[in-house]
Design a binder for this molecule. Structure first.
Ligand code: ARG
Length: 395
């Protein structure tokens, strides 16, 4: 007897594509409903995924959440200077949103079982499972359950007439949304091996970028980027345009060793041109408008926020508490930052804010507003305890 209906999180890649026949043949489901969630992948890829889903499953949904992804996940992460081990988190940010959409479809379809194509080695399994378990759904993960290798998967796909874009020579696992693109697997699994140039899709090699630097200006309102080069744009449009501009200047590549949730070290390659620019600009603007106390405290808040974001624990109460703290600090993060993009480098050229705590009158070598003799009184007590200790040591 068949087992009814299962809702599959579907990306159109090799793993999730072979899940469709696997769920029927190995798990006995009668009906497989595929759901693709558009978090800003390239439009032709979404179109291809939709077409593929319709062809191989019993029913297919493509759900467009890209504006919501930008407003509810990416921009809060900009405010939090969101990064993990030195790269902007992106895949991690999209997972809870994708999973929530799958949960909604499960409700609509009256299904109690969901499936995903995550392996048992990576991070995405935990991020998806967390949301699915919160919703009380049963989870099936064929890649994890059946311990499959990519080579076996390619053969199985061919036997089942499923078109594969990954081939033995280019067996990369790629994850993309409008914020970050990650490439792993294949020859890249040797961390000593220099990556082939053709893995990159959003950025040119720095040495091939134009010789003339390109200037960009980002305007922020309450820590959120609202305008690019003086033009007010929707968040998604701004990110997409900036991805092109920074990408053609070779900005936003990252080749690194990452500590995954399980403790496995992985060689990860990322592209995130717009993210690199926006995070650099936001960080710089905060330096101008926040107090020393705020900056020091916020650094630890940002790092905890990013860690929870990386884990995908968006329903952890601490996560919403930290988000609220960060939002409060961002009320004054208004202004513009000028940056220069040049052959892979991003350099801040200037910043300006009505909320800036900077006073040229106070700092200038040329002004006499500050009575410098007042500093002598401060100096008398400066380092007092350390001086006492130093005197004792010398005795
Ligand atoms: N290591 C990154 C992360 O955990 C990227 C994962 C990419 N996922 C994938 N299914 N290819 O966020």
């Amino acid at each position: 007897m068949g087992k009814g209906k299962v809702i599959l999180a579907f990306s159109g890649g090799l793993d999730t594509s072979i899940c469709v026949p696997l769920l029927k043949e190995r798990y006995d489901f009668e009906e497989v409903v595929t759901v693709a969630v558009d978090v800003g992948q390239p439009e032709d890829e979404i179109a291809a995924t939709t077409e593929k889903g319709k062809k191989i499953s019993d029913r297919h949904y493509t759900i467009d959440v890209k504006e919501r992804f930008v407003d509810d996940y990416i921009f809060p992460s900009v405010r939090a200077n969101g990064s993990y081990e030195g790269y902007p988190i992106g895949t991690a940010l999209a997972r809870p949103l994708i999973a929530e959409e799958i949960v909604k479809v499960a409700g609509k379809e009256g299904a109690g079982v969901v499936a995903h194509g995550c392996t048992g080695k990576g991070n995405d399994q935990f991020r998806f499972d967390f949301i699915f378990r919160c919703a009380g759904l049963e989870i099936i993960a064929p890649m994890r359950d059946l311990n499959l290798t990519r080579e076996w998967e390619i053969r199985y796909a061919q036997e089942h007439d499923i078109p594969v874009t990954v081939v033995k020579e280019k067996p990369y696992s790629i994850d993309e949304n409008c914020w970050t693109r990650s490439i792993e697997g294949g020859v890249l699994e040797n961390p000593a091996r220099h990556p082939p140039e053709d893995i990159y899709a959003w950025t040119v090699a720095p040495q091939d970028a134009p010789d003339t630097p390109e200037l960009v200006q980002i305007e922020f309102e309450e820590g959120i980027p609202v305008a690019l080069n003086g033009e007010f744009l929707s968040g998604l449009a701004l990110i997409r345009r900036l991805n092109l501009i920074a990408g053609r200047n070779g900005v936003g590549r990252n080749d690194m060793i990452e500590d995954r949730i399980l403790g496995i070290k992985a060689r990860e390659i990322y592209e995130h041109p717009a993210a690199t620019v926006l995070l650099a600009a936001h960080y710089d603007l905060e330096r101008l408008v926040l107090t020393r106390q705020e900056l020091a405290f916020k650094e630890s808040v940002d790092s905890k926020w990013s860690e929870l974001g990386y884990l995908g624990l968006v329903h952890e109460p601490l996560f919403s508490a930290l988000t609220a703290f960060i939002a409060r600090t961002q009320e004054r993060v208004n202004g513009t930052v000028d940056l220069e993009l040049h052959k892979g480098a991003v350099r801040i050229k200037g910043r300006n804010s009505v909320s800036g705590l900077y006073s040229d009158d106070l700092v200038s070598f040329d002004s006499s507003t500050v009575d410098q003799t007042h500093a002598v009184g401060y100096s008398n007590y400066f380092g007092l305890q350390a001086r006492l200790a130093e005197n004792l040591r010398k005795k």
